[in-house]
Design a protein around this ligand. Structure first.
Ligand SMILES: CC(C)(COP(=O)(O)OP(=O)(O)OC[C@H]1O[C@@H](n2cnc3c(N)ncnc32)[C@H](O)[C@@H]1OP(=O)(O)O)[C@@H](O)C(=O)NCCC(=O)NCCS
Length: 318
Protein backbone atom coordinates (compact mmCIF):
# COMPACT_ATOMS: atom_id res chain seq x y z
CA UNK A 1 0.00 0.00 0.00
CA UNK A 2 1.53 3.27 -1.09
CA UNK A 3 -0.49 5.72 0.96
CA UNK A 4 0.14 7.39 4.27
CA UNK A 5 -2.08 6.07 7.11
CA UNK A 6 -3.01 9.53 8.41
CA UNK A 7 -4.01 10.80 4.98
CA UNK A 8 -6.09 7.69 4.45
CA UNK A 9 -7.79 8.10 7.85
CA UNK A 10 -8.74 11.69 6.93
CA UNK A 11 -10.31 10.62 3.65
CA UNK A 12 -12.02 7.60 5.13
CA UNK A 13 -13.53 9.67 7.94
CA UNK A 14 -14.92 12.17 5.40
CA UNK A 15 -16.51 9.42 3.29
CA UNK A 16 -17.94 7.74 6.38
CA UNK A 17 -19.45 11.00 7.64
CA UNK A 18 -21.11 11.56 4.24
CA UNK A 19 -22.45 7.99 4.33
CA UNK A 20 -23.72 8.45 7.88
CA UNK A 21 -25.67 11.57 6.87
CA UNK A 22 -27.17 9.70 3.93
CA UNK A 23 -28.11 6.67 6.01
CA UNK A 24 -29.76 8.66 8.78
CA UNK A 25 -31.09 11.39 6.47
CA UNK A 26 -29.57 14.12 8.59
CA UNK A 27 -27.66 17.25 7.55
CA UNK A 28 -25.76 17.87 10.80
CA UNK A 29 -24.12 15.02 12.67
CA UNK A 30 -24.00 15.53 16.46
CA UNK A 31 -20.45 15.99 17.83
CA UNK A 32 -20.35 12.70 19.77
CA UNK A 33 -21.40 10.76 16.69
CA UNK A 34 -18.86 12.61 14.59
CA UNK A 35 -16.03 11.77 16.98
CA UNK A 36 -17.10 8.13 17.11
CA UNK A 37 -16.98 7.94 13.29
CA UNK A 38 -13.53 9.53 13.15
CA UNK A 39 -12.21 7.05 15.76
CA UNK A 40 -13.77 4.21 13.81
CA UNK A 41 -12.02 5.37 10.62
CA UNK A 42 -8.71 5.43 12.49
CA UNK A 43 -9.32 1.97 13.90
CA UNK A 44 -10.12 0.54 10.45
CA UNK A 45 -6.96 2.02 8.94
CA UNK A 46 -4.69 1.08 11.87
CA UNK A 47 -5.85 -2.52 12.20
CA UNK A 48 -6.18 -2.93 8.43
CA UNK A 49 -2.55 -1.87 7.95
CA UNK A 50 -1.31 -3.93 10.89
CA UNK A 51 -3.12 -7.08 9.82
CA UNK A 52 -2.45 -6.44 6.11
CA UNK A 53 -6.14 -6.83 5.23
CA UNK A 54 -6.76 -3.33 3.88
CA UNK A 55 -6.81 -2.80 0.12
CA UNK A 56 -6.69 0.79 -1.11
CA UNK A 57 -7.19 2.35 -4.55
CA UNK A 58 -5.02 5.46 -5.00
CA UNK A 59 -4.76 7.89 -7.95
CA UNK A 60 -2.12 10.66 -8.04
CA UNK A 61 -1.44 10.12 -4.33
CA UNK A 62 -5.15 10.51 -3.43
CA UNK A 63 -7.01 7.54 -1.92
CA UNK A 64 -10.34 6.94 -3.67
CA UNK A 65 -11.63 3.61 -2.37
CA UNK A 66 -10.92 0.96 0.25
CA UNK A 67 -11.96 -2.64 0.84
CA UNK A 68 -11.34 -4.64 4.01
CA UNK A 69 -12.23 -8.13 5.25
CA UNK A 70 -12.21 -8.31 9.07
CA UNK A 71 -14.10 -9.90 11.98
CA UNK A 72 -17.60 -8.48 12.27
CA UNK A 73 -18.08 -5.88 15.03
CA UNK A 74 -21.56 -7.17 15.69
CA UNK A 75 -21.23 -10.91 15.02
CA UNK A 76 -24.55 -12.73 14.70
CA UNK A 77 -22.84 -16.12 14.68
CA UNK A 78 -19.40 -17.21 15.95
CA UNK A 79 -16.40 -15.88 14.02
CA UNK A 80 -18.57 -13.97 11.57
CA UNK A 81 -16.55 -11.92 9.10
CA UNK A 82 -17.53 -8.68 7.51
CA UNK A 83 -16.45 -7.06 4.26
CA UNK A 84 -16.28 -3.31 4.55
CA UNK A 85 -15.95 -1.02 1.55
CA UNK A 86 -16.36 2.65 0.90
CA UNK A 87 -15.27 5.11 -1.77
CA UNK A 88 -15.01 8.83 -2.36
CA UNK A 89 -18.34 10.35 -3.48
CA UNK A 90 -16.53 11.68 -6.60
CA UNK A 91 -14.82 8.35 -7.44
CA UNK A 92 -15.20 7.44 -11.12
CA UNK A 93 -15.30 4.32 -13.29
CA UNK A 94 -11.73 3.16 -12.63
CA UNK A 95 -12.19 3.17 -8.87
CA UNK A 96 -15.52 1.37 -9.22
CA UNK A 97 -14.00 -1.30 -11.49
CA UNK A 98 -11.24 -1.77 -8.91
CA UNK A 99 -13.87 -2.08 -6.21
CA UNK A 100 -15.86 -4.74 -8.05
CA UNK A 101 -12.74 -6.74 -8.75
CA UNK A 102 -11.53 -6.63 -5.14
CA UNK A 103 -14.95 -7.34 -3.68
CA UNK A 104 -15.30 -10.35 -5.98
CA UNK A 105 -11.95 -11.72 -4.80
CA UNK A 106 -12.75 -11.21 -1.12
CA UNK A 107 -16.29 -12.53 -1.50
CA UNK A 108 -14.96 -15.69 -3.09
CA UNK A 109 -12.39 -16.41 -0.39
CA UNK A 110 -14.49 -15.30 2.61
CA UNK A 111 -16.07 -17.92 4.92
CA UNK A 112 -19.75 -18.81 5.33
CA UNK A 113 -21.92 -16.14 7.05
CA UNK A 114 -19.66 -13.30 5.95
CA UNK A 115 -21.79 -10.17 5.57
CA UNK A 116 -21.48 -7.02 3.53
CA UNK A 117 -23.62 -3.89 3.81
CA UNK A 118 -24.26 -1.18 1.24
CA UNK A 119 -26.60 1.50 -0.07
CA UNK A 120 -29.32 0.71 -2.56
CA UNK A 121 -27.27 2.36 -5.32
CA UNK A 122 -24.25 0.19 -4.60
CA UNK A 123 -26.52 -2.84 -4.51
CA UNK A 124 -27.40 -2.18 -8.16
CA UNK A 125 -23.84 -2.35 -9.38
CA UNK A 126 -22.50 -5.01 -6.97
CA UNK A 127 -25.42 -7.47 -6.79
CA UNK A 128 -24.21 -9.78 -9.57
CA UNK A 129 -20.58 -10.00 -8.43
CA UNK A 130 -21.69 -10.86 -4.87
CA UNK A 131 -24.31 -13.39 -5.93
CA UNK A 132 -21.80 -15.11 -8.22
CA UNK A 133 -19.55 -15.59 -5.21
CA UNK A 134 -22.05 -17.20 -2.83
CA UNK A 135 -23.70 -14.16 -1.21
CA UNK A 136 -27.13 -15.65 -1.74
CA UNK A 137 -29.25 -13.94 0.91
CA UNK A 138 -30.16 -10.30 0.60
CA UNK A 139 -31.63 -8.42 3.55
CA UNK A 140 -33.22 -5.02 3.24
CA UNK A 141 -33.13 -2.62 6.18
CA UNK A 142 -36.45 -0.83 5.84
CA UNK A 143 -37.41 2.47 7.40
CA UNK A 144 -41.06 3.37 7.73
CA UNK A 145 -42.86 6.45 8.94
CA UNK A 146 -45.51 5.36 11.41
CA UNK A 147 -48.28 7.70 10.26
CA UNK A 148 -47.67 7.19 6.53
CA UNK A 149 -47.34 3.41 6.94
CA UNK A 150 -50.54 3.09 8.96
CA UNK A 151 -52.57 5.24 6.59
CA UNK A 152 -51.40 3.30 3.52
CA UNK A 153 -51.84 -0.07 5.18
CA UNK A 154 -55.43 0.75 6.13
CA UNK A 155 -56.26 2.25 2.74
CA UNK A 156 -54.72 -0.47 0.57
CA UNK A 157 -55.16 -3.60 2.68
CA UNK A 158 -57.97 -2.93 5.16
CA UNK A 159 -56.51 -5.41 7.66
CA UNK A 160 -59.05 -7.05 9.99
CA UNK A 161 -58.57 -6.01 13.64
CA UNK A 162 -58.75 -9.59 14.88
CA UNK A 163 -58.16 -13.09 13.53
CA UNK A 164 -61.43 -14.72 14.54
CA UNK A 165 -62.19 -15.53 10.86
CA UNK A 166 -59.23 -17.95 11.07
CA UNK A 167 -60.19 -19.39 14.46
CA UNK A 168 -57.24 -17.55 16.03
CA UNK A 169 -57.01 -15.05 18.86
CA UNK A 170 -54.55 -12.21 19.46
CA UNK A 171 -53.52 -11.76 23.09
CA UNK A 172 -51.06 -9.44 24.78
CA UNK A 173 -48.19 -11.36 26.33
CA UNK A 174 -48.20 -10.41 29.97
CA UNK A 175 -46.80 -13.27 32.06
CA UNK A 176 -43.41 -15.04 32.43
CA UNK A 177 -44.91 -18.37 31.36
CA UNK A 178 -46.26 -16.79 28.15
CA UNK A 179 -42.77 -15.42 27.44
CA UNK A 180 -41.26 -18.88 28.00
CA UNK A 181 -43.70 -20.39 25.49
CA UNK A 182 -43.00 -17.55 23.08
CA UNK A 183 -39.23 -18.19 23.19
CA UNK A 184 -39.71 -21.91 22.50
CA UNK A 185 -41.88 -20.96 19.54
CA UNK A 186 -39.40 -18.37 18.24
CA UNK A 187 -36.59 -20.94 18.32
CA UNK A 188 -38.66 -23.59 16.57
CA UNK A 189 -39.82 -21.25 13.79
CA UNK A 190 -36.36 -19.74 13.29
CA UNK A 191 -34.77 -23.17 12.92
CA UNK A 192 -37.28 -23.90 10.15
CA UNK A 193 -36.53 -20.62 8.43
CA UNK A 194 -32.75 -20.41 8.72
CA UNK A 195 -32.23 -18.80 5.34
CA UNK A 196 -34.20 -15.74 6.51
CA UNK A 197 -33.23 -15.65 10.17
CA UNK A 198 -29.91 -17.43 10.34
CA UNK A 199 -29.17 -16.06 13.82
CA UNK A 200 -32.65 -15.87 15.44
CA UNK A 201 -32.34 -19.37 16.94
CA UNK A 202 -28.86 -18.89 18.47
CA UNK A 203 -28.59 -18.87 22.28
CA UNK A 204 -27.19 -15.31 22.28
CA UNK A 205 -30.00 -13.90 20.12
CA UNK A 206 -32.70 -15.76 22.08
CA UNK A 207 -31.22 -14.37 25.32
CA UNK A 208 -31.19 -10.83 23.92
CA UNK A 209 -34.78 -11.11 22.69
CA UNK A 210 -35.99 -12.72 25.93
CA UNK A 211 -34.49 -9.85 27.92
CA UNK A 212 -36.20 -7.35 25.63
CA UNK A 213 -39.58 -9.11 25.87
CA UNK A 214 -39.22 -9.25 29.67
CA UNK A 215 -38.43 -5.52 29.81
CA UNK A 216 -41.52 -4.77 27.74
CA UNK A 217 -43.67 -7.08 29.89
CA UNK A 218 -42.45 -5.39 33.09
CA UNK A 219 -43.00 -1.91 31.67
CA UNK A 220 -39.28 -1.06 31.77
CA UNK A 221 -39.25 -0.55 28.04
CA UNK A 222 -41.98 0.71 25.71
CA UNK A 223 -43.28 -1.91 23.35
CA UNK A 224 -46.04 -4.36 22.66
CA UNK A 225 -45.94 -8.16 22.35
CA UNK A 226 -48.83 -9.98 20.76
CA UNK A 227 -49.22 -13.73 20.76
CA UNK A 228 -51.33 -15.49 18.12
CA UNK A 229 -53.23 -18.27 19.87
CA UNK A 230 -55.37 -21.20 18.85
CA UNK A 231 -57.02 -22.09 22.15
CA UNK A 232 -54.18 -22.35 24.66
CA UNK A 233 -51.49 -22.95 22.06
CA UNK A 234 -49.31 -20.08 20.95
CA UNK A 235 -48.66 -20.19 17.20
CA UNK A 236 -47.27 -16.75 16.48
CA UNK A 237 -45.45 -13.79 17.92
CA UNK A 238 -45.62 -10.14 16.80
CA UNK A 239 -43.46 -7.63 18.62
CA UNK A 240 -42.53 -3.99 18.56
CA UNK A 241 -39.90 -2.61 20.94
CA UNK A 242 -39.06 1.08 21.21
CA UNK A 243 -35.34 1.87 20.93
CA UNK A 244 -33.31 5.05 21.14
CA UNK A 245 -32.21 6.20 17.69
CA UNK A 246 -28.45 5.98 17.07
CA UNK A 247 -28.16 9.47 15.63
CA UNK A 248 -30.24 11.56 18.04
CA UNK A 249 -32.47 11.55 21.08
CA UNK A 250 -35.26 10.45 18.74
CA UNK A 251 -36.80 7.01 19.35
CA UNK A 252 -37.96 4.38 16.90
CA UNK A 253 -39.79 1.09 16.88
CA UNK A 254 -38.27 -2.24 15.83
CA UNK A 255 -40.51 -5.08 14.64
CA UNK A 256 -40.29 -8.90 14.79
CA UNK A 257 -42.71 -11.49 13.45
CA UNK A 258 -42.56 -15.24 13.98
CA UNK A 259 -45.46 -17.31 12.66
CA UNK A 260 -45.70 -21.07 12.80
CA UNK A 261 -45.70 -22.53 9.25
CA UNK A 262 -49.31 -23.71 9.82
CA UNK A 263 -50.50 -20.07 9.97
CA UNK A 264 -48.18 -18.55 7.36
CA UNK A 265 -49.52 -17.33 4.02
CA UNK A 266 -52.91 -16.34 5.47
CA UNK A 267 -52.37 -12.58 5.58
CA UNK A 268 -52.04 -12.46 9.37
CA UNK A 269 -49.04 -10.14 9.41
CA UNK A 270 -50.98 -7.12 8.19
CA UNK A 271 -53.21 -7.31 11.26
CA UNK A 272 -50.05 -7.36 13.38
CA UNK A 273 -48.73 -4.25 11.61
CA UNK A 274 -52.06 -2.50 12.12
CA UNK A 275 -52.10 -3.04 15.88
CA UNK A 276 -48.39 -2.45 16.47
CA UNK A 277 -48.32 0.71 14.34
CA UNK A 278 -51.34 2.03 16.22
CA UNK A 279 -49.39 1.43 19.43
CA UNK A 280 -46.36 3.36 18.07
CA UNK A 281 -48.59 6.21 16.92
CA UNK A 282 -50.17 6.37 20.36
CA UNK A 283 -46.64 6.58 21.87
CA UNK A 284 -45.72 9.31 19.34
CA UNK A 285 -42.94 7.20 17.81
CA UNK A 286 -42.49 8.54 14.32
CA UNK A 287 -40.27 5.94 12.67
CA UNK A 288 -39.84 2.20 12.65
CA UNK A 289 -37.07 -0.02 11.31
CA UNK A 290 -36.59 -3.65 10.48
CA UNK A 291 -34.30 -5.88 8.47
CA UNK A 292 -35.80 -8.61 6.32
CA UNK A 293 -35.09 -10.95 3.46
CA UNK A 294 -38.73 -12.14 3.40
CA UNK A 295 -40.54 -11.19 0.15
CA UNK A 296 -43.89 -10.94 2.00
CA UNK A 297 -42.52 -8.38 4.48
CA UNK A 298 -40.84 -6.47 1.63
CA UNK A 299 -44.12 -6.46 -0.27
CA UNK A 300 -46.06 -5.12 2.73
CA UNK A 301 -43.21 -2.63 3.17
CA UNK A 302 -43.85 -1.24 -0.33
CA UNK A 303 -47.55 -0.89 0.46
CA UNK A 304 -46.66 1.03 3.62
CA UNK A 305 -44.18 3.17 1.64
CA UNK A 306 -41.23 1.99 3.69
CA UNK A 307 -37.90 2.94 2.22
CA UNK A 308 -34.89 0.70 1.71
CA UNK A 309 -32.20 2.36 3.74
CA UNK A 310 -29.50 -0.23 3.54
CA UNK A 311 -28.91 -3.61 1.93
CA UNK A 312 -26.99 -6.48 3.53
CA UNK A 313 -25.81 -9.61 1.73
CA UNK A 314 -24.89 -12.74 3.66
CA UNK A 315 -22.89 -15.67 2.31
CA UNK A 316 -25.28 -18.32 3.53
CA UNK A 317 -23.87 -21.34 1.68
CA UNK A 318 -26.09 -23.88 0.01
C1 LIG B 1 -42.36 -13.67 7.23
C2 LIG B 1 -43.71 -13.94 7.86
C3 LIG B 1 -43.83 -13.14 9.14
C4 LIG B 1 -44.79 -13.50 6.86
O1 LIG B 1 -46.04 -13.60 7.45
P1 LIG B 1 -47.38 -14.08 6.69
O2 LIG B 1 -48.54 -13.58 7.46
O3 LIG B 1 -47.29 -15.54 6.47
O4 LIG B 1 -47.27 -13.31 5.34
P2 LIG B 1 -48.15 -13.61 4.04
O5 LIG B 1 -47.61 -14.81 3.32
O6 LIG B 1 -49.59 -13.66 4.42
O7 LIG B 1 -47.79 -12.36 3.16
C5 LIG B 1 -48.06 -11.04 3.55
C6 LIG B 1 -48.48 -10.28 2.32
O8 LIG B 1 -47.40 -10.28 1.38
C7 LIG B 1 -47.84 -10.82 0.14
N1 LIG B 1 -46.80 -11.74 -0.35
C8 LIG B 1 -46.48 -12.95 0.14
N2 LIG B 1 -45.44 -13.48 -0.55
C9 LIG B 1 -45.11 -12.56 -1.48
C10 LIG B 1 -44.13 -12.52 -2.50
N3 LIG B 1 -43.27 -13.54 -2.69
N4 LIG B 1 -44.05 -11.41 -3.26
C11 LIG B 1 -44.92 -10.41 -3.09
N5 LIG B 1 -45.89 -10.39 -2.15
C12 LIG B 1 -45.97 -11.46 -1.35
C13 LIG B 1 -49.10 -11.60 0.42
O9 LIG B 1 -49.99 -11.53 -0.67
C14 LIG B 1 -49.66 -10.96 1.65
O10 LIG B 1 -50.61 -9.95 1.38
P3 LIG B 1 -52.11 -10.12 1.99
O11 LIG B 1 -51.97 -10.01 3.47
O12 LIG B 1 -52.91 -9.02 1.40
O13 LIG B 1 -52.58 -11.47 1.57
C15 LIG B 1 -43.90 -15.45 8.19
O14 LIG B 1 -43.81 -16.16 6.99
C16 LIG B 1 -42.89 -15.98 9.17
O15 LIG B 1 -43.11 -15.92 10.36
N6 LIG B 1 -41.78 -16.59 8.65
C17 LIG B 1 -40.77 -17.22 9.49
C18 LIG B 1 -40.10 -16.27 10.45
C19 LIG B 1 -39.44 -15.11 9.77
O16 LIG B 1 -38.78 -15.23 8.75
N7 LIG B 1 -39.59 -13.96 10.39
C20 LIG B 1 -38.87 -12.77 9.97
C21 LIG B 1 -39.75 -11.82 9.33
S1 LIG B 1 -38.85 -10.32 9.02
Amino acid sequence: MSVDGELLTDHLAKWMLTEHSRFHRIKRIPADQKNAIISRAKEIVDTGIRKKTLRVFVRSGVPLAIVNLAPSRNPRVAKQQSIFFIYAPHARQKAKRWLRQNLSELAKKSPRYTQIGMSQNDDKFLKDCLEQNGFNTRYEILMGETKVALANLKRKKSPPRDLSHLGLELRSIESPSQIRDAMVLQKKISLKSKRHGYFSHTPSQLKKDREEYNSIMRGKMDGRILGVYRGKKILGLMVTGVHAEASASEKNGGFSFFLDPSIQGKGITKTGYLLLLEYLLHKKIQKFYGGTSQPSIQSLGKIMKRQVQHVIYVKMGT
